[in-house]
Ligand binder design. Sequence first.
Ligand SMILES: [Mg+2]
Length: 168
Amino acid sequence: MFCSQGESSLSEGYCFESINGADREQLPVVFVVQDNGYGISVPKRDQSANEHICDNFSGFPNLRIIKCNGLDFPDSMRAVEEALAYVRTGKGPSMVYATCVRIGSHSNSDRHELYRDEAERAEAKAKDPLPRFREYCLDHGLSEDELQAIEIDNQARTGRPREGHGRP
Ligand SMILES: [Mg+2]
């Protein structure tokens, strides 16, 4: 089983219950947690005991916690592969804790300009992993034409323009 969630959800009781239960029953669950520093508009430092919120679960005997750089594709793949290998042993669940950035607002009903200054927003945008991932794909066998076809297909499916790499 696969579960994807933000870091601030780990401060919610129902998340604790699910991770606690998965640990207790040694269930094959991979919890993927993206830490972008905010629970909607609340900085994580204002609502969790540990900076890396996964550390709140460090005492769980069957849970394997694996930290990674969520901005780095190879490191993220390493972490997911390690998590999958662990749950396949039957010893219990794993948690991939990926440090990320949030470039925009949380949602259409959120305005991050109200609580993040311009410098912080610019720093986050400069860390956008998509241009680096694009270069990674080109370095590992995808052609520019193949990549553009994927991007056009994605745009058609999502209605979102291709951003972040200066392409038309
Ligand atoms: Mg978050």
